[in-house]
Structure formats: structure tokens, C-alpha cells
Ligand binder design. Structure first.
Ligand code: GTP
Ligand code: MG
Length: 246
């Protein structure tokens, strides 16, 4: 009998057993760790899902209005709809911006202080559509208007135009009714075109200050041109519609 071969075999067996032992131990630790992480994350995921539900509710309300209007007037007051949920990094930045100390942050404080976790943007052909849709929505009796900012009547200094609403809408869950806040931005196609380009410039890094100022000035002029375009399109649209009646 070759003694070294027996020893080698025993050694391999012991090694296999120990590896197996450590693997199982590691798996247990892993389970415990992820179990704890899940327990902590679960309420946050549930909280975020409320906002997804609220967005579905609001989006449906706008789609219903669009459907009815297109039936009555043979055109759509909504060109497109975009929705988004704020990610955790943006929530963190916003908490810092509104100076909520990080050690006091809780789901409740986020809910109370950040009103744009759920965001929906309604893009319309004409300015009149923006106001018609906003009025129809605000008039619905399950909805509470929290804030209204009209940057169309009073554009921001840089030329930004849009109608912003913060509303609270109930969502109906298995055992509860929960009010959830949603930010709604309503704007025309021309306003959207402008805001998208301005947004790109705002977040562009490494642009020379002089060029940045030049581009901002040009964008500001474009905002005026875009407002004129909206007015002109509205008047042409009205003439087409009135002509239809004659
Ligand atoms: P935020 O902290 O950005 O939410 O600002 P706020 O709470 O004062 O609200 P406001 O109604 O002014 O803006 C809300 C949102 O509108 C922003 O997050 C942008 O999506 C959009 N917005 C506001 N101002 C501008 C602007 O100057 N340019 C562009 N492109 N978008 C803007
Ligand atoms: Mg915001």
C-alpha cells in the first residue's frame, strides 16, 4: 500500500469537507445579510410604489380627457405624456437643497417635504389646451390642488414657460386609501422643445463661462420667439376652426 497516496486522499477529503462547511456558513451569512437589507429596503420600495400608482391614476385621468375631447372635437389636446419617478440620488440632492438634516430623514419627512417624487408632463399642441386640461383636472372632486405656478403668464427669468401643478390624489390599496402628491407640468410642444435644450445647456459641464452666457442669451431670445410661435399657431388654428363653422 502506498502510504503517501492514502494521506493525499485523506487530505483531499478533509479539504472538501472544510470547503463545504465554509460554503454553507457563507451562504447562511449571505442570507442573513440580504434578509436584513430587504427588511430595510422593503418599506422604501413600498413607499415608492405609491407614487407609481398615483402616476397611473393621473395619467389615466388625462387620457380620459384626451379621449373625450378627441371624440367631441376631432383632435387631440394632448400630443404626448411623459412620466418619471425621482431616483434616490435626486431625492438625496433635493433633501440637501431644502436643508433637511440627513439624521432627521424618514419616509414621513420625505413625503412631507418633497412634492415631486412622482412627476408627469403633459405636452399639448396649443396653450389653450394646457389651461383647458388643467382646469378639467383641478375640477375633479377626488383631487386636491396643493400648488399652482403659472410660468406661462409669468415666465422665469431665463424664458422658461410651463404650467406647474402639485396635486394630491387618493390611491386605493387593499386596506387603505392613501393621498399621494404628484407634480404635473403642462406645456406646449414649443415650450417642451425649448426646455429640453435649455436643460441640456444647464447640465453641460466644462463650458466656458463666456460661451455659456452667450448661449443663455440666445436661448432667452428663442423663448420669446417660441412664445410668439405659440400665439401665431393658436390664431391660425382658430381661423381654421372658425372657417369650418362657416
Ligand atoms: P425644483 O427643486 O427644481 O423642483 O424647483 P421648485 O421646487 O422651485 O419647482 P419649480 O416649479 O420651479 O420647478 C420644478 C421643475 O420644473 C424642475 O424640476 C424642472 O423639471 C422644471 N423647470 C423649472 N424651471 C426650469 C428651467 O428654468 N428650465 C428647465 N428646462 N426646466 C425647468
Ligand atoms: Mg422639482
Amino acid at each position: 500500500m502506498d502510504l503517501t497516496r492514502i494521506k493525499k486522499k485523506q487530505y483531499i477529503k478533509i479539504m472538501d469537507l472544510s470547503l463545504d462547511f465554509f460554503k454553507k456558513r457563507l451562504e447562511k451569512l449571505e442570507d442573513r445579510f440580504f434578509g436584513r437589507v430587504n427588511k430595510r429596503i422593503e418599506p422604501l420600495q413600498k413607499f415608492m410604489s405609491y407614487y407609481r400608482c398615483a402616476l397611473m391614476e393621473i395619467e389615466t385621468k388625462f387620457k380620459v380627457l384626451n379621449e373625450e375631447f378627441s371624440f367631441l372635437h376631432e383632435r387631440n389636446p394632448i400630443d404626448s405624456i411623459k412620466t418619471r419617478i425621482k431616483d434616490f440620488e435626486s431625492i438625496r440632492k433635493k433633501l440637501r437643497k431644502i436643508q433637511i438634516p440627513i439624521n432627521t430623514v424618514s419616509i414621513e419627512s420625505i413625503e412631507q417635504n418633497i412634492h415631486d417624487i412622482a412627476g408627469i408632463r403633459i405636452i399639448c399642441p396649443f396653450v389653450d389646451d394646457v389651461y383647458m386640461l388643467a382646469d378639467c383636472l383641478i375640477g375633479q372632486d377626488d383631487l386636491k390642488l396643493i400648488e399652482r405656478k403659472d410660468y406661462i403668464v409669468k415666465p422665469k427669468e431665463n424664458g422658461y414657460r410651463s404650467l406647474h401643478l402639485i396635486v394630491e390624489i387618493p390611491i386605493f390599496l387593499q386596506n387603505e386609501k392613501r393621498p399621494v402628491k404628484v407634480e404635473i407640468q403642462l406645456r406646449t410642444i414649443a415650450m417642451e422643445f425649448w426646455a429640453n435644450l435649455e436643460h441640456r445647456l444647464r447640465y453641460k459641464k466644462n463650458i466656458d463661462e463666456k460661451i455659456m452666457n452667450e448661449l443663455s442669451n440666445e436661448l432667452s431670445k428663442c423663448a420669446e420667439m417660441s412664445a410668439m410661435l405659440d400665439l401665431k399657431m393658436k390664431s391660425i388654428h382658430e381661423r381654421i376652426e372658425n372657417n369650418n363653422l362657416n
